[in-house]
Structures are given as C-alpha cells and as structure tokens.
Write a protein that binds this ligand. Structure first.
Ligand SMILES: [Zn+2]
Length: 362
C-alpha cells in the first residue's frame, strides 16, 4: 500500500516538484506492469470465455478503459511480448506508449536494440521524422480532395488494434500497420457525423459515375446522400448473402440428410432469432459482437449435428473457434479416459484422433 500523497497546496516549491516526480515514476511503473499483465491476459485469451469477442472489447467494456487507452496499451502489450525490453523502457520513462505504437511495426529481432535506443527519450515528432527517414513509405493514394485542417472533436477510429478475432494474437506477428491515416468518424451534432477517409482513384471514378447516374434523384451530387444509398444497397446485398434474407422466400428443398449445407430458410430464421449477434454466453454475459459472424452447429456435424434452426446458432469467429476448442478438449479427454479404462481392463489400445474443423467455418 502506498503512502497517500500530501495535499499539493501545502508543499513548498521544491517539495512539490519532488513529489510530482515521484508520482510520475510510480505511474510509469504502473503502466509497464499493466501492459505486462495485459499481454499475459491476451496470451491466455481469458476474455473469450467471459463472452468478449476481442481484447479491445474486453478492455473498453469490462475494464472501463477508454478507446484511446486501450488502443495504445494493447499495441504495447503485444509489442512487449515480442520485445520484453520495452517494459523496462516504459517503467523507466525512456519510451512512451505513443512511441511504442509508432515503432512497433518496424521492430525486428535484428534491429530492435538499435532502433529502440534511437527512439529512446525522443518526442513523438522526432520519432516520426526518424522513422520516416529510416523507413520511407510511398505517399498516400490520390484522394477526392484535400481537406482543410480544422480543429475537430476527438476522433473515434473504426479500427481498434486487435488482431483478427480468429487469430491467436500473441502467437502471430501483428498485422502490418498501414501508413495512411485511419478513417475518422467525428460527431458534429447529436445526429450528424463527419467521416474522413482516403479512397483509390478507381473508387473515385465509381463515385463520379454514381453521381452522374443519380442526377435525377440527387441533382446536387451530394456525397452523403449517395453514400447512404450505396450503403442501403450494400447492407441489403450482404444480408441476402449472409443470412439468406430475401423479399420473396422460395420454398426450400428438403435438406439432404447428413449435409453440411445450411438452407437459406434456416439461416434466415437463425439470423432473426439471434438478432444478427453472436449468441455465445460467457461468464460475464452474452457476446455483443455483430462482426465476423458464422453459423455454429451446436452439435458438430462430425458427430451427427443437423442443419436445423434448433441446432444452429450465430457465433462470432472468436467464439466459434472457442466452442470448437472446448469440443476437442472434451472429446480428447473422454477418449483418454476411455483408453485408460480399456487399458486397465485389457492392455493398451490405439486412440483415434479426428481433426475435422468446425463445418461452419466454411
Ligand atoms: Zn462472440
């Protein structure tokens, strides 16, 4: 238990500075420890059984961390799993979370020592300049127009730094970091948002074509109106493909017995029943993920599961994989028990190991 800090207004000038430095040392030490713990939690994937689809969601929802806090700490946690020296640097204050974020995608076993000492105790701007000269990047693709720089509200990014949900994070290299600025969604009023992102020249051509084709309905070529129409069509198309949604459902042929195929009518019913959301219920509640959704056979196909509404549920990729891991663990454990029991009765017997992936991954 640490001693409580004295009230700052009662300290002399020199004591105030001394105390401030002590608090800063403690805060840096705490940050390094938090990052190390986060990395271990990530490695063990403890958030999955609690019902969270990603470490990012666990941090923001279960730990009540802000998105920015989470973003930088997860980056640091994953980088520190590969380069533990980062923890000592964070504790000593010779590197900041922002610098770790900037430098982590460039770190390799060969350059880590040299690169980390080069960015040690440097400002963000100096680190950016240093990295730009040491690792020059191609410029961003053409954009529709160059936006004027204005003061804006704190941006929300679309892209948290989590690894793809079905990839074991610590066992893999983090995905390459794009040099383009992430898309930004910033509220400008209660009902309106400003969105900024760059697009390829080909996308710009499509945009111009859509503006021309829609002149009768949107004479001004208003981008927001066209964006809305495009998304309406895209969502309808994706729902049709993903959940078998259709305006005119056709009578479904009988499902052939023992088929992996999930009829469109079953997909529609499951999607509606589960509300287009992962139906995994962990120790902390139901998973809220609506991304990376897959159709999960409650009883795996390989052991007789049928493609019926009652036996299919939605799962995000993380929890579909988690269910499969649980199934494999239970099956192997039962097989081992059975083999041990048989061995105790009549000597050793070969143990078979099936390795069929979950059919709903397809
Ligand atoms: Zn889930």
């Amino acid at each position: 238990m640490q001693t409580q800090s004295p009230s700052p207004d009662q300290l002399s000038n020199s004591d105030l500075v001394t105390e401030l430095k002590r608090l800063l040392r403690n805060a840096r030490q705490a940050t390094a420890e938090l990052v190390a713990y986060l990395g271990e939690l990530d490695e063990r994937r403890l958030y999955v059984s609690e019902g969270y689809p990603s470490l990012f969601k666990y941090c923001t929802d279960a730990l009540a961390m802000s998105e920015d806090e989470t973003f930088f700490r997860i980056h640091a946690a994953r980088a520190a799993r590969r380069f533990p020296a980062l923890l000592e640097m964070l504790a000593a204050g010779s590197i900041h979370l922002t610098t770790v974020r900037l430098v982590s995608s460039h770190l390799t076993a060969e350059n880590a020592s040299d690169l980390l000492s080069a960015v040690s105790r440097k400002s963000k701007r100096d680190v950016e300049h240093y990295l730009a000269s040491r690792f020059p990047q191609a410029g961003p693709a053409d954009s529709v127009r160059k936006l004027p720089i204005r003061k804006a509200a704190v941006p929300e990014t679309f892209a948290p730094p989590e690894a793809p949900a079905n990839v074991k994070p610590a066992a893999t290299e983090p995905p390459p970091q794009p040099r383009l600025r992430p898309p930004v969604v910033a509220p400008v009023s209660a009902e309106r948002y400003k969105i900024a992102f760059t697009i390829e020249a080909a996308t710009r051509a499509k945009l111009q074509k859509a503006q021309d084709l829609l002149r009768h309905a949107v004479p001004s070529g208003d981008l927001a109106a066209i964006f809305d129409r495009a998304l309406t069509l895209l969502v309808a198309d994706l729902e049709k493909k993903k959940c078998g949604e259709t305006g005119r459902p056709r009578p479904q042929p009988e499902t052939p017995p023992r088929s992996r195929y999930i009829p469109a009518a079953v997909r529609r019913a499951v999607w509606r029943r589960d509300g287009g959301q992962c139906a995994f219920v962990g120790t902390a509640g139901r998973c809220e993920s609506r991304a990376f959704l897959e159709y999960h056979h409650v009883i795996p196909y390989s052991v007789g599961g049928q493609a019926t509404v009652e036996s299919i549920e939605l799962r995000c990729a993380t929890h579909n994989r988690h269910e499969w891991d649980l199934f494999i663990t239970a099956r192997d454990s039962a097989a081992a028990e059975s083999a041990a029991s048989a061995q105790s009765r009549s000597g050793p017997s070969p143990m078979t190991r099936a390795s069929t992936p979950p059919e709903s991954w397809a």
